[in-house]
Design a protein around this ligand. Structure first.
Ligand code: GDP
Ligand code: MN
Length: 397
């Protein structure tokens, strides 16, 4: 589960990580009030207005702007709220901005220039250990740094039994070129950040930029936080942070129905039992020149109700032009699934408006094919996987 920047920052702050302070607002009046309140609390009269969407690269897309007075806070908030923000990480239509974060300007001039660093915490799947990745080249172009100058990105692996050791935090601060007060601040920052990562059961933190202010404070200016869904039962208060508006509507509905569904760009709907079979079904569709519209694992119990729910969810995607059902009858018998398909089809009536190709293999496959053929419904029943994929292409042509 992904958090918004403002939620991520609040969470980090609860573990003692220093952040750029801000207040979230969903209309321009609240945005102006937020700016006034921040000025009272921090003394700064400049603010950044930051679009809150679940995608990075907002700065490049015009979703992060500096306001030098309340008039500008109002104007900028009005223009960003409600806009479809397009960034390198969104689709071509972009994402609707429902909220903005009004944050204190922390790039104020002083004895030194502000410096932007990059820092993330994540799991190294090869070693099974958490690691901190960091770079002096923070800001908006870390992807370019990773591609062109990967030697400028450092990693520090953490022993799960020992946790982050003080010398490791110092090494990170030192490698970032810090000394004196800023080094001490960075050591505290890194330690608090790692504690937050572990205690919140997160699977990714990406703080870009971590800022060294002109007066040597170290702050999280941005925060991308991904929580581990499997650990949410330990963090009941984080569950409320989920923003369903940011998620694919069909996926949300499918997940609520207990189906494992991932929306894709193609036009062949797939209904399969088992994740491995679902993956290979998608591969075969591609190999035959088609494009899968989704990944859908209906699981072990492919009864009429589940099949119908599956069909209805697949059909919510307007791009779907045919549905391929690929079921292997191992524990579940094929004839039961076939009955389920026939029943679901009859229940749906005119709602089923695309051709269905069914491939049932395994226990009682012959009986299953017979059941479908005898039903008189326009369902194409095949036995071989290849045949099924070819039939899909034929029907789409
Ligand atoms: P992203 O583009 O989605 O990663 O959004 P960020 O939160 O990282 O903000 C983008 C950029 O906005 C940062 O790299 C900064 O250069 C700039 N920015 C963020 N906060 C401030 C601020 O307080 N003052 C100024 N002047 N610029 C800021
Ligand atoms: Mn950023």
């Amino acid at each position: 589960m992904n958090l918004h920047e403002y939620q991520g920052k609040e969470m980090l702050s609860s573990f003692g990580v220093k952040i750029q302070r801000g207040i979230v607002a969903d209309n321009y009046k609240k945005a102006v009030d937020a700016a006034k309140q921040l000025t009272t609390e921090t003394g700064t009269s400049w603010h950044v207005i930051k679009a809150q969407i679940h995608a990075g690269g907002r700065g490049k897309g015009g979703g992060v702007k500096l306001a030098k007075n309340l008039q500008e806070v109002e104007e900028i908030s009005k223009s960003i709220l409600g806009m479809m923000l397009i960034t390198p990480q969104t689709s071509a239509e972009g994402k609707k901005v429902n909220q903005v974060l009004i944050a204190e300007d922390v790039y104020y001039p002083g004895d030194n220039e502000p410096e932007e660093y990059y820092m993330s915490v994540l799991l190294n799947r090869e070693t099974g250990r958490n690691m901190i990745m960091y770079s002096t080249e923070g800001g908006m172009d870390i992807e370019t740094v990773a591609e062109e100058t990967p030697h400028l990105i450092f990693t520090e692996e953490i022993d799960p039994a020992l946790g982050l050791l003080p010398f490791q935090a110092r090494k990170i601060a030192f490698n970032l070129g810090l000394s004196g007060g800023a080094l001490k601040e960075m050591v505290k920052f890194v330690s608090a950040l790692y504690t937050a990562y572990v205690k919140s059961d997160s699977s990714l933190f990406e703080i870009n930029p971590v800022l060294k202010t002109s007066d040597d404070k170290i702050l999280a200016v941005d925060a991308k936080v991904t929580l581990d869904d499997s650990a949410l039962y330990r963090h009941k208060d984080y569950v409320a942070l989920r923003d369903l508006r940011e998620e694919n509507a069909i996926e949300v509905e499918a997940n609520a129905a207990g189906l494992n569904y991932v929306d894709l760009d193609g036009n062949v709907g797939c209904m399969v039992n088992g994740a491995g079979l679902a993956m290979s079904t998608m591969d075969l569709i591609k190999q035959c020149g088609g494009e899968p519209a989704n990944f859908l694992d209906v699981g072990g119990t492919a009864d009429a109700e589940r099949v119908e729910t599956g069909f209805r969810i697949i059909l919510k995607d307007p791009n779907v032009k045919a549905i391929l059902v690929n079921i292997f009858g191992g524990i579940v018998r094929c004839d039961r699934v076939a009955k389920g398909i026939v029943e679901a089809y009859k229940n749906m009536g005119d709602d089923m408006n695309v051709p269905i190709i069914v491939r049932l293999q395994g226990t009682n496959a012959i009986e299953a094919k017979q059941l479908i053929d005898d039903s008189g419904l326009p369902v194409h029943s095949v036995v071989e996987f290849q045949e099924a994929a070819d039939k899909v292409q034929e029907l789409l042509a």
